[in-house]
Design a protein around this ligand. Structure first.
Ligand code: GLA
Length: 387
């Protein structure tokens, strides 16, 4: 890949002299969904697929961007003096947002750049291609301008840029999973204080299979912000006199005792998911430590049911993929992953059942939904690097 992107860089920008090549992964979340903005735990891992990039400093303040995924858009030009949060669509908002965020955080970016990107994360799949672009951009800036930004700070800057430049109110999970990724490990992260530990994923005799619904997210980001607001309001209703800061501070029992203070039934369901999903994530990581992969899978399935019935972020496409997966012997666990409303599911499937899984789930999905799903057997990879 390095040769391909360097060659393309030379083709687009004249020469490859002084250009350096980088990579940042995508991510998949194994369990702990919609908990990261509720002070709960998440359990994602970085993938070996991600965003490849080539970058070179310029002598002026110009910024030039080219994506091999959007070749028809050609070279998009901008300037360091023109980085302002905006809402118009366009992929360059992700790298621009990070450059802007570096400035906001007091880092000096004093010359322009030529950048080329080439991602192999399936488009719009919910495997965090945008967070991957953010982290690779931050990594490039840190390296080219000798800024020595830690990987954890790259994650925080990526999230800051997404929240404030792009107006998407996401939590920290995606950028953290990508910036802190470690081969063959998932990250057990407590989003309340960013403490984390790596947990080796040894799936002897099983694989991680991603099923991509190919459903466009559409209204996704507005629904995402709506769920956040529902959780915030539910928290404020039960917070009085309880001394808790987040829904992640509650056990299931504590929640059951105070839940009637939440006036609206839907809101009560949203809060229930946030509390139970956090506890489920803690139990799932323990199950993994105990080598009880069957229990881990069962908790994944329960996570999906909660996201379907209480959080209501699945939809027919994701439900079909998961419910068809559950029918197959050799599926240890299956659930939607990421924000929902489209995107992907993640399943743990025994080696010998992978072909049958892809064939049967694929067929049933097409028959029910009318178009095809895509399947990827993925590996857990590391964080950003120079190639
Ligand atoms: C998106 C967001 C994350 C997280 C998930 C849901 O991926 O970017 O911060 O909230 O949805 O778990």
């Amino acid at each position: 890949m390095k040769e391909t992107i360097l060659k393309k860089f030379a083709e687009v920008y004249g020469t490859q002299e002084g250009a350096r090549a980088f990579f940042a992964p995508g991510r998949v979340n194994l369990i702990g969904e919609h908990t990261d903005y509720n002070g709960g735990h998440v359990f994602p891992c970085a993938l070996t697929i991600g965003t490849y990039a080539v970058a070179r400093k310029r002598n002026d303040r110009k910024l030039r961007f080219f994506s091999m995924n959007f070749e028809h858009l050609g070279v998009i030009e901008s300037s360091l003096d023109d980085l302002k949060p905006r809402r118009e669509a366009g992929w360059t908002n992700y790298p621009k947002g990070v450059m802007w965020a570096f400035g906001e955080k007091g880092y000096q970016i004093d010359s322009g750049l030529d950048i080329l990107l080439n991602g192999n994360i399936p488009n719009g799949s919910g495997l965090s291609s945008s967070a991957s672009v953010e982290v690779v951009t931050g990594y490039i800036l840190s390296e080219l301008f000798d800024l020595h930004v830690s990987n954890q700070d790259l994650a925080l800057i990526g999230q800051f840029s997404e929240n404030n430049f792009n107006g998407v109110n996401c939590g920290i999970m995606d950028q953290f999973a990508i910036a802190m990724g470690k081969k063959d490990n998932a990250i057990f992260l407590d989003t309340a204080d960013l403490s984390y530990e790596y947990a080796p994923i040894k799936l002897d005799g099983a694989k991680i299979v991603i099923s991509c619904s190919n459903k466009k997210r559409g209204l996704g980001s507005s629904k995402y912000n709506e769920r956040r607001e529902e959780c915030e309001m539910a928290l404020s209703e039960i917070q009085t006199g309880m001394g808790i800061n987040t829904l992640g501070d509650l056990t299931e029992e504590q929640f059951e005792m105070v839940k009637m203070a939440i006036k609206d039934e839907d809101r009560r369901k949203r809060a229930k998911h946030a509390v139970y999903e956090n506890q489920r994530t803690i139990k799932a990581v323990q199950a993994l430590k105990d080598n009880d992969i069957a229990l881990f899978g069962k908790l994944m399935n329960e996570s999906h049911i909660s996201l379907r019935d209480d959080y209501e972020v699945t939809g027919e496409e994701l439900d079909t993929l998961v419910e068809e997966a559950w029918k197959i012997d050799g599926v240890i666990g299956s659930r939607m992953t990421g924000a929902g409303f489209g995107g992907c599911t993640v399943s743990i499937v025994k080696d010998e059942a992978v072909d049958e899984f892809i064939e049967k789930v694929g067929k049933a999905y097409k028959a029910t939904i009318g178009y095809a799903a895509d399947f990827y057997v993925v590996e857990i990879g590391s964080g950003p690097c120079e190639l």
